[in-house]
Design a protein around this ligand. Structure first.
Ligand code: 9MR
Length: 596
């Protein structure tokens, strides 16, 4: 298959592949079949996002650290080097068979102030030492270095930064020589933006590159950042511009490609964006020395654009939810691929298990489930109410909102991967929203609330063991003898008579009372409640104070088992947390929580 795609593209160097020849493959695989790489920027914090890394590790065969090899990250104080974050990126790349583009050794930005504050006479030595140390540390581990980043102003004049001010434009040659000495096998680049098409700035870069080549300075390539925006036209003559640098004997590469737009995005803008990506990809493919392309992160979730250009964004190949956009399909097609993400992966994730309802209000249902597994990586979940998809999540929880009170809904969840494969549905769970009005459904407004924890390791044994704590939420002292608390449960099968006891109470078991009451009209999750009360010797609670731990136990008189997980007041937290499902009353009036 790969041979077919490669030879087909030998013939069809430019343009869109006829679909009959379209190959499946990741962007990295498709680019490799064309003798190129396809990479993405990434950052250390993103490596903790497993749906993200599933794509980063499979779709791309090159990565660039967006920040962690910059001067401020590596040598924040003179002579103190820290490679931790850069090493983590290299390690990710090595375990995923990816190249690393080192970025960047000499740049005016993200430069610690100690460098700019050096006397001019010391800047060259500091720069040479920084390059020797950092490029030496990564020797043999990076494919290419952006040795000098962004040396020009937009009009083509040199940027007057600390390096230029100290050494004039010769700092560039000096830096390149230092980098060659430190890592002889790394390809050495100068990298800049707004040089993608012809113009004054690209001409200045061309002049510099041609001078350096004539002088025999070690320069291997020019990086075209490719930060584009659909509100400006596609740079003019990209292919010809790349070609003239290639004709100097240099590699060329798109190093930071993205195509931003004014938000909100819409299908027209996304189509225009896709066309920009397609044109850039085609221009690279048309120039034999265009060795590869890197996008400046692949997902809108981690784009630098919204922070720098307020109101703009949506610049990347994947959206905020890690789903491919038309731009992805355009790049894949331009590389000879079939456009679907995920490189021919047809294995769906496992179905999510353990779907449970973690809470309800009158208008919402909260769900959680256990993560699915996948041969490549799970990128997210779709949540269905009945047969309607109501939303997506990248974590294993979701809250469905805008629901009707006192209504029962059924939910399932499906997992998906980067290739668009979808798992079978999880088993369904049902949830009933709370009543919004009328007697028992009203949330209390008084001066007490209950905190709950579950002291019972088994929800199916013969005892219910809630831990309860009453909190005075008012601003004055609360007489505990006026307070009662209700914990709601179902008796399930077996005896319909119950015993409740106190195992421990911080205020003394002798100061609390327990009784079990049957509901005259049973509700979902509740045909009985335990009512706790307090003796007058229990005293009173100061504002914001609580009773401390009250450990209660309920059993049936025949000691048959309960099935607690559907009980209204049941939850799984084992440390105290507020609950609305154990109610508190002051003088018999609902003061906190919501009745079933
Ligand atoms: O993506 C980088 C972002 O996280 C940083 O905050 C920013 C600071 O300058 O740098 C971004 O990367 C830049 C790259 O290093 C050089 N070209 C422009 C990129 C976008 O600003």
């Amino acid at each position: 298959m790969a041979t077919l795609a490669t030879s087909a593209f030998g013939l069809l160097a430019v343009g869109t592949a006829p679909s009959a020849l379209a190959a499946s493959g990741t962007l990295g695989q498709l680019a490799a079949a064309q003798g190129r790489y396809f990479g993405s920027a990434t950052d250390n914090s993103e490596l903790n996002d497993s749906p993200y890394t599933a794509i980063l590790g499979s779709e791309f065969n090159s990565i660039t650290p967006a920040n962690s090899m910059k001067w401020d990250a590596v040598e924040p104080q003179q002579g103190q080097f820290n490679y931790t974050n850069g090493d983590a990126i290299v390690s990710f790349a090595q375990s995923h068979n990816q190249k690393v583009r080192g970025h960047t050794l000499v740049w005016h930005s993200q430069l610690p102030s100690w460098v700019s504050n050096l006397p001019s006479s010391q800047v060259q030595a500091a720069m040479e030492n920084h390059i020797a140390k950092e490029a030496g540390h990564y020797k043999g581990k990076v494919y290419a270095w952006d040795v000098v980043n962004e040396p020009f102003n937009d009009d083509g004049s040199y940027r007057t930064d600390a390096f230029y001010n100290a050494m004039g434009k010769d700092y560039i040659a000096t830096a390149l020589k230092a980098a060659r000495a430190a890592d002889p096998s790394a390809k050495l680049y100068i990298n800049d933006y707004n040089i993608d098409g012809t113009g004054a700035k690209a001409d200045a870069m061309y002049q510099l590159a041609s001078d350096l080549k004539k002088q025999g300075v070690p320069l291997d390539g020019i990086g075209f950042q490719g930060h584009l925006a659909i509100q400006y036209s596609v740079p003019s003559n990209i292919q010809q511009n790349l070609q003239r640098f290639a004709d100097l004997g240099l590699d060329v590469a798109f190093t930071e490609l993205d195509v931003r737009m004014q938000l909100p995005s819409d299908s027209t803008k996304l189509a225009t964006q896709a066309d920009y990506y397609r044109q850039v990809t085609n221009a690279c493919l048309a120039v034999s020395r265009c060795v590869g392309m890197t996008v400046w992160d692949f997902t809108d979730k981690y784009s630098w654009v919204p922070n720098t250009f307020p109101g703009e964004g949506a610049a990347d190949l994947y959206d905020d939810n890690l789903q491919i956009k038309p731009a992805y399909t355009a790049v894949s097609n331009a590389l000879g691929g079939s456009g679907g993400g995920g490189g021919g992966d047809t294995t769906p994730p496992s179905a999510p298990s353990g779907l449970t309802v973690t809470g309800t209000t009158a208008t919402s249902v909260s769900l959680k489930w256990t993560a699915s597994t996948d041969n490549v990586g799970v990128t997210g979940y779709d949540v269905y109410r009945g047969s309607t998809k109501v939303g997506s999540a990248t974590s294993t929880s979701y809250t469905d909102t805008g629901l009707t009170a006192s209504t029962t809904y059924s939910y399932t969840v499906k997992a998906k991967d980067a290739a668009g494969n979808t798992s079978a549905a999880s088993s369904a769970v049902t949830a009933t929203t709370q009543s919004s009005d009328g007697g028992g459904g009203n949330p209390g407004t008084g001066a007490a609330k209950v905190q709950y924890k579950n002291n019972d390791t088994s929800p199916t044994d013969n005892q219910i063991k809630p831990g309860l704590r009453v909190v005075n939420t008012g601003s004055s002292s609360l007489d505990l003898s006026k307070v009662t608390v209700r914990y709601y449960f179902t008796g399930d099968s077996g005896a319909t008579t119950f015993t409740a006891s106190c195992d421990y109470a911080a205020i003394g078991c002798g100061n609390i009372t327990q009784k079990i009451v049957a509901l005259s009209s049973p509700k979902a999750g509740a045909d009985h409640y335990l009512e706790l009360g307090f003796t007058s010797a229990a005293g009173s609670l100061a504002a914001n104070a609580n009773t401390g731990d009250l450990q209660i136990r309920i059993n049936k008189t025949d000691w048959s088992n309960f099935s607690e997980t559907d009980d209204y007041s049941y939850a799984t937290n084992t440390s105290y947390a507020d609950t609305t499902k154990v109610t508190a009353y002051v003088n018999g009036t609902l003061a906190g929580g919501i009745e079933p």
